[in-house]
Design a protein around this ligand. Sequence first.
Ligand code: CIR
Length: 258
Amino acid sequence: MIQFTQAIVRLPGAELARGLSSANLGAPDLDLAMQQHAAYCAALRRCGLNVISLPADPQFPDGTFVEDTAVIAERSTLVTRPGAPSRLGEVPSIHECLRRLRADIRQIRPPGTLDGGDVCQAGTHFFVGISARTSPAGAWQFCEIQRAAGYTASTVDVRGNSTLLHLKSGIAYLGENRLLIAPGTPITPEMQDFERIAVRDEEAYAANCVRVNDQVLIAEGYPRTAEALRGCGYSILPLAVSEFRKLDGGLSCLSLRF
Ligand code: CIR
């Protein structure tokens, strides 16, 4: 499993409640969101990461979901072209930040679109969701960039499942050749090479967990998934993310890890 040393996050700002949402769970509470974000950053530090925290930008209410703006792997770095027009402007500041940290940064070019939430790296393979946010053209550009960097890549069309905003709303790579998968996530031939752990229907949101070094960050309140992960030998760190869930966000989308 990749050992991460750094994470980039962006603080939620006063404009958070204007973020895109289909969740119907009400408006996020900013104070609680700030507390949850602080606990999330503390968890990343506990996993050994140096956390680079960017300020909120009032122009971009979804800016705290930094995962969608870049994909950073050992052999490649790229900035995305988010599929929601209101989020396109989040990319330049992330690009600027990455320029100081990474060499040879590639870009998804128009008219292709790609959200980082649609990218699931599983060892040396990338699964790329084609979704309401990531276009087939964006996914193909992504696959070409990763193949040139020496990875393999394949697409997963999630457009048939309206509960999946992104591929990673329904799948996580745990390491040790294991995928955690929510019901309704398409199973592609490339996934057959992995051990697959099923998340129960009523705990589907818990599929968006994140392996960070020796820990697995998991949303708080999903006991069956937590038990399944512990049963596989993982040490888990449950975190409250209710306020980000109100904006269709999960654990993975709050950071870029590398
Ligand atoms: C959006 O709709 O773009 C944000 N409200 C949520 C993005 C969540 N991103 C992710 O899960 N990777």
